[in-house]
Design a protein around this ligand. Structure first.
Ligand code: FES
Length: 165
């Protein structure tokens, strides 16, 4: 029995989405995605929850969640920076942004800052090549970025974190 539960809003989304899928295999991705939207990561407990909801064995959900790199399998920082490293973004300066993240936050791809505020991932093309270089911050796209605009975004995150304490 899992301790994890969807919020009432996510339970409603789940009930809405499941109507669109003919079988529980195809509902696996949306169900896990809702977990990650809610918690920021997909815990083993949440995998059991999804398995129960879809009448699957937990191992089937585990296999699914570990196959897709977009699922975080451990807790990550409050702000998840996903920097595109594919050609257009690389040519337009993503390496400068990567260096800036390392210099100012002190993290490499796959790492979370010591204060738990930021997690950094390098990802393949996110389909926004026309706005290269780009990154997503908690899923929200930031296009045509520069070191200066990234610095501003990082400052806004830090300020928001301070004002919420
Ligand atoms: S190459 Fe970066 S979004 Fe496509």
């Amino acid at each position: 029995m899992s301790k994890f539960k969807y919020t009432p809003e996510n339970e409603a989304k789940f009930q809405e989405q499941i109507k669109k899928y003919p079988n529980s295999d195809s509902m696996m991705l949306p169900a896990l995605w809702l977990v990650q939207e809610q918690e920021g990561w997909v815990s083993p407990d949440a995998m059991v929850f999804v398995a129960d909801k879809l009448n699957k064995a937990p191992i089937e959900v585990y296999e699914f969640a570990t196959f897709y790199t977009m699922f975080n399998l451990k807790p990550i920082g409050t702000y998840h920076i996903e920097l595109c490293k594919t050609l257009s973004c690389m040519v337009m300066g993503s390496r400068d942004l990567k260096k800036f993240i390392k210099d100012t936050i002190g993290i490499e791809p796959g790492q979370t800052s010591e204060d738990g505020l930021f997690h950094f991932s390098e990802v393949e093309c996110m389909g926004a090549c026309g706005g290269a270089p780009m990154f997503a911050l908690n899923g929200e796209y930031h296009e045509n970025q520069s070191v200066e605009s990234l610095e501003k975004v990082i400052k806004e995150c830090r300020d928001a974190s301070k004002s919420s304490k």
